[in-house]
Design a protein around this ligand. Sequence first.
Ligand code: FAD
Ligand code: NAI
Length: 474
Amino acid sequence: MSRKFDVVVIGAGPAGYVSAIRAAQHGKHVACIDEWQNKDGKYAFGGTCLNAGCIPSKALLESSELYHRAQHEFKKHGITTGDVGIDIAAMQKRRASIVRQLTGGIAGLLKANKIEALVGHGKLLAGRKVEFTPVDGDVEVLEAQHVILATGSTPIELPMAKFDQEKIVDSWSALEFDAVPGRLGIVGAGVIGLELGSVWARLGAEVTVIEAMGDLLFMADRDIAKVAGKDFKSQGLDIKLGARLVGATASADGVTVNYEDQHGPQTLAVDKLVVAVGRRPFTDGLLADDAGIQLDDRGFIEVDEECRTRVKGVYAIGDCVRGPMLAHKGSEEGVMAADLIAGEVAELNYDVIPSVIYTAPEIAWVGQTEEQVKASGREYKTGSFPFAASGRAKAMEQTSGMVKIISATDDDEILGIHIIGPMAGELIAEAVLAMEFSASTEDLQRTIHAHPSLAEAVHEAALAADKRALNYPN
Ligand code: FAD
Ligand code: NAI
């Protein structure tokens, strides 16, 4: 006899495990299936985000930033040290330990919520049945009232630079290097390229990034991208724009990289090459032929605004469906799907999803860029405030960057807030909340911000939109 569940979730990344917990909070009988296996052979919940993405990358960004600041900033504070050294094994041990604690935490949360946590492969069959193939044991068919597909994404592999995970590697392997490569090549100056490039550059690698687009950070506001370009250059990141990879050949000596830019064919010799040119939805082995689920032409599972697939009772969320591939977007879709299953009203405001790039300075934004607003034809005003004029940023010795706000001229609606600077990833939360609550620019202007704080820069940028900045000339 097959086991019956109210909800079966396939995938326990930030989309899947969150949807499972929310469904359990609604009193549903839930199973959550995941097959993630770490490089040490151990199975773990948490998906890409916890095991090979958000969390390990931020652990290394923090360690490498502290190393960099100890070398380059401490003196200014009057702090003297001996030679500052770096122990990569210890750094990686810390990274692995954080991942272990957090993935273990997910297993604990599933248990606390009385969710059946199943380790193995899930496959959607017709009629809301799920075939579960455990890592050990017999295949079982589960029956479900509702199924949530949350199988995530995987790195795109280029045919001319196939991963060997030794010399030509994906982002996961690049998070687990056991030594600093002397010369590191990166294909793609996207979010991963910039974050991982920063990590290994701070630790001493000579980093060259090859980016096909002619503009850096084409998805960001141009004013922000300009500051970022200058800062990355001064940090020693050699970013070659308008450079398209043609081929990469690994040998005992390293990797020979061939690319083309406006000057013609170029060659680059590196010790390791990270290919970070985007991720593709992962649905391998997920769908039986008669499951009835439709994929779009890029392989994403087709869903409506409420994450419903074409099959009644089957939802899909997170990286395997349209929209930005971000953990918080997937988690909120998980909450929405579970709430809808429970019969509640639920929706997600896709216009107000924050983006953060955890470089130094951090880059964060929500809403539209100035270029997008201009193209929309709506009359707008802008205000900005540089961190160089912020007392708190000066005290922190982190004065690069600014806050920029774009607002509608007619009704004062905030259309976008863009930040490059210290703790931008934290500061953006105020901007998201303001936009979620449809705050006007004046609402931000009249909100009291603690002094001295970095958040004052958001306040001043809002004031500057009406030429009322108090701590910077208008
Ligand atoms: P995933 O996290 O990919 O989880 C899917 C899970 O489903 C996996 O565990 C997989 O093993 C399992 N699975 C797949 N198919 C099956 C099956 N058939 N049966 C059983 N199990 C299956 N996003 C941010 O918001 N902030 C960041 O700072 C950030 N940093 C990142 C850094 C890196 C290096 C990378 C690679 C990504 C980063 N991301 C970040 C993106 C983020 O990791 C993803 O958006 C997020 O993990 C997507 O969540 P998900 O639950 O949809 O999928
Ligand atoms: P990306 O889409 O951010 O960037 C890929 C880059 O590679 C693009 O700039 C593209 O123009 C370039 N490119 C593509 N093909 C190329 C070629 N042949 N030669 C040279 N350049 C080429 O993808 P990335 O960095 O792999 O990250 C994947 C996703 O993971 C991100 O889009 C994001 O959703 C998520 N992520 C989020 C993070 C965060 O929120 N802080 C951190 C890391 C990843």
